[in-house]
Design a protein. Sequence first.
Lengths: 707, 590
Amino acid sequence: MDNFEVDQVNKETEMFGSKAVKFYKISNLARLSYYIMSKFVVHRCRLFKFTPCAVQCMAASVETSDLAVARSDGSIEIWSTKYSWFQKLVIPGSSDHSVESLIWVGNRLLSGGLQGDITEYDLTDATVKLSVDSFGGAVWCIAYSIVKDKIAVGCEDGSVKMFDVKNKAITFERAFDKQEGRILSMAWHKSGDIIVTGSTDVVRIWSTKTGHAIQRITIEREMKNVETIIWSVAILSDYTIISGDSSGRVQFWNGKNATLLQSHRAHRADVLCLCSTKDEKCVYAAGVDPRVIAFNLVQEDDVPTWVKGRYMQKHTHDVRALAIIENRIVSGGVDTNLMMNSISEKVGSFQRVYSFPMKSLVSTSATKKLVLMQYSNYLDLWKFAKCNFPEELNAGRNIPIEDNPVKLLQIKPPSSDTNHICCSVISPCGNWIAYSTTSTLRLYNLQTSDELSCKVIRVRCVGLIPSHCIVFTPDSNYMITSTTNHKILIVHLVADTCEARLVQMLQLKTYTCITHLLAVSSTSSYLATANLDGEINVFDLTNMTHFCTLPKYQHTPSSIAFHPVTNDLMTAYDDLQVIEYSLIDKAYTKWTKQCLSTNNEPLLQTLRKGASSNSCNIAVVTSIRYVHSDEVDKVFFMSREGLYIAERVPNHMQDTKSHLGARFCHKFKPLLCTEFIDESTLFVVERPLQDIWEQLPPTLYQKKFGT
Amino acid sequence: MSLLGIKHVLLQTSKQKKFIDAVLKDDNIIITYNNNITIYDNTHKKICNSWTIGMGQQFTAAAVYNAADEEYVAVINSSVIKTFTEDNFSKTDKFTTNIPIHKLISRKGQPFVLFINGIVLPLGKVLEDPKEIPTTGSISSPIMMAELLSNDVVAVIFCQENKYFLTFSDGQGHCTFPVVKESLKLHCSCCCHKDSTDLLITVWEDGSICKSLIPTESDDTLTFESFSSVKTSASKRPGVITTLPNDMFAIISDENKALIIDTKYGVMHDNFEVLPNTQIISVGTNLLTVEEETVYARTFIPKPVTLSSVLGKRSNEAPAIPSVVHWGKKASKKGNPPSEEHMETLLKSSVEAELITTWDELWKATKPQQRQMVCSSTFMLRLLEKLTDKKAPWHPELLSKIISTKCISAKSCPNLFARILEKEDKNLLSKSFTHVKDIGEMDIVLSLNVILSTTKSLPDKETVLLLNEIIKLPFTEVKLRDELRKTNFEKAIVLLNHLGRKLKKTNLTSSIVDKIISWMCLILDAHFTQIMVTPNVWEYLIELQETVAAQVEMYNDLAEIDAILTKIKQSSTTTKKIKQFVYNVEVMLI
């Protein structure tokens, strides 16, 4: 450290005491950096009862390494698993739509549900592309044959329906013979000639050429009057059929002779899902007993035998779906999290992927101290609590609450709109609320007569289109949305007359993915958009023209924000890399260049090491906020795990010796939102994991020793 | 009579283990040793769990179960509270207190912590601030006994400079009472609970076993009533005496016998031999004896202690030295009967002054223990018959004196009330109501009829007083109802009206409210049909209904307050999860 810095540290130590000064050594830096912790009045709110839904089924894409995860509310999440686990897209569900099975047909995603149709999703705009009737009632299972380029659907009426999926269409081809009882599980042999189905007490082997059942395997009942339900089936290339049933057995059958090879009772309850590795030497089974058990193929005296291998018990509730992505087995179930284990039994290769949303479901109005919380089918508007501030604000002190937070209103979409809410926001002035489903975008004007009561008036505006993202300008005069048809709409708002008028529609260049991020500068002069391909565009709002396109980084942006003074655009990516771009210089800022040159890995990842557990997925940055003063510029990156705080000298004072200060604050429970009400007041929405777990249903009872 | 079951082995350990205590948790018994906690399933008669701590640590108080948090609480090395669940003994929370802990006391799954300075706090409060326990308590000496009473107050006996004191600590304040009996040493003590009464059983140096009512007010004093005796020696080891249900307790005597004695009559109901230095503990319906390395259990089925059940049982009292009684010539087994002279005078004379004088003499001459006998004798029956005879002269003063003895029963003078009412002697009537026993329902209703005959709607003061006296009298509902049916309807309504007004004014905590309500119900019942068909009465009924409704409303409000207080009480017992909140504002260094 040079003399200036030593003197500075000594001064500050004297002023604040040694506890206030912390030293952090950032790897690859030759010298120590320092900073001083700041006191904030923090409103810690846990009123948001966010509860992720159970995982219903999963499908791993062979082409893109994406994982499609269907939840019990009908929504589908597309996870990017290449680098870090990043939830890049969410297709919202609806109350009359369920997803019982998912498959990838190339890069097309199809699902079948209890409503009796086969649905194809448009992943470029996160909407339903196509929906075809199954002609057999509820669809319980779907299987795809690459060879035949067809899908087979197991239906409620006991029949297998075959559909042609060529030419980006889904066309009904034929129906197999009907059987008694619904078809609950299905697997298609590699060759495309054989389909295996499981229902109640029976596994059938079908010929796809004739449409008739060629073999029938009757599953032995555990108890006379209790049916055995075959929840899952798989078929290997050597025609070995694997079945998982409600008695907890995993059975291996010779598909040619329909004879039982082996039966394993490894689970204490129903086996709900099966999955085999690519080399077909290992089969994973899981179910109500939340253990994922591996069965390995062993050659004993030239006789192949399936033996029970290791088991992984990371889930607490039923495991409903298994998938294999590269060399990892992914499981998901009622406990809502995805668990990843390495197939190769590598130590320390377990990861828990938390189901927290990648984009914020909470927005605030600092002016009126309001917070808007988005649930799947309604919005809650709360008023902050009022406090009695004492004279001395000592750190660690709880400030007494004078008035508790009050729920002002709840906004629900009309009953005719069964789709879930995909985005919502409240304006900074607190006078406007907007939300969008996949079918409509609604705008409301909020009129507060006194502090505790308010009236909501629907404001109609011609031209509003359902959107993925909505923002208000800082002055609340404009609402900007990124629509499902790849446009940017700019709507002018007049609070006095409760009017909204569409003033501009900007066409985005990219149609292949959604624009999921929007940011507006503090002066409302610039608009930045970012899409899942990593393209970031900046528009000049004063003349409504495209300003520039930022250099593309190989990862997906998770958050963008403008500097309040310089309008530099800060972007955080899913690998925790942060890049700041100067619009004036049209280049990276000095701070970014310094970060990139001094660190081998992303800055935030360095800070995260040692502070967060390696057994959970990296939480991406979901919002960026600036606290700017003449002496210091602080940037807050909020993620589920905590706050990354970067302190730097303001740009106009930067020189080659500008030092870096950065730390990771993980004092909070899992964060859903962090907003600055003013420079010294922070509003955070936490959702403790314990609270989520308490909402989960009870688990399988397991008798313990001696009880 | 208690029935002790067969002795069976509960637990067998090694010599290194030192037994601390045993407590009940549902059907299980938590047995704490100095280095081990064992859970014994009493239903299935087997050990279901056992935990041992490492070297250098030892449990110093009995582990208890915290039902609110579903975890066990134990004390290690006197100052460390350890909480753990059944599944996770190793990964637990530890809280170090600034004051050593004497004992953990559990009541219906809610634990309290008793510190050596006498401070008692709920566990939740201790865990919140384990270092903030007040250091100044009422006790600065070793504690001899500490038990939780039925009113959730902990009673502690401690010895200070060879003097014994009883103190109570409910965490709010404390009262201390000296435990003194003729400068004797106190050997051991325990508390017996029955309904809401707490009894302190003390065993003294001289072998006497005394019982005392636990004082509730600070002005009260402890009085020791000796009811049994046993030979014990002063011993600092615990487990010499233990309470049992149904007014029983068990004690180990110097003769190495465990005795089961009841507190009512001091009779020993059962006994069995034990080894020297045995500890005896009662856990639910099990009597545990810790003999060397083994814990034995005996179930017992207590039955209510009645006189008939103790007949034939040998008393545990030391045989009393018979005292010599010299019978004097004048002494008579039957006692001294009233002199014939007096009786003759009373029966024959008709001069009131003479009668009064004779009566006074007779009454003075009669010993107090014989007075009731005199009042129940044939002579008194004849006298009262004479005094209440219609044809005989009326002697109110004499009657008043006789009635004032409070030994007269209405059955011995059936005409008494009729005569008094006839004479309209309200003072005498009032005295009769107060002092005469066993007044029949017929007399009560007769009196009512006469009293209310002059009353139209609002009774005067005198009448009101009389009515109040009548309302307080005991009665049998069925009989009274039958008698009330015979009364005049209008009088019944006047009485009803009076009762309604009284109900309005009476403090609900007053004992007379029950009586008023009973009378009202009986009157309504007795004259129901007539009330229904008499519209004039309905006005009274409406008024009465308003009064009742007001009371009901008040009770409903009280019930709401009770609910709120219950909620506050429940929420005030904070658990160690202090960071749970829905909204909090704090100053943080970020």
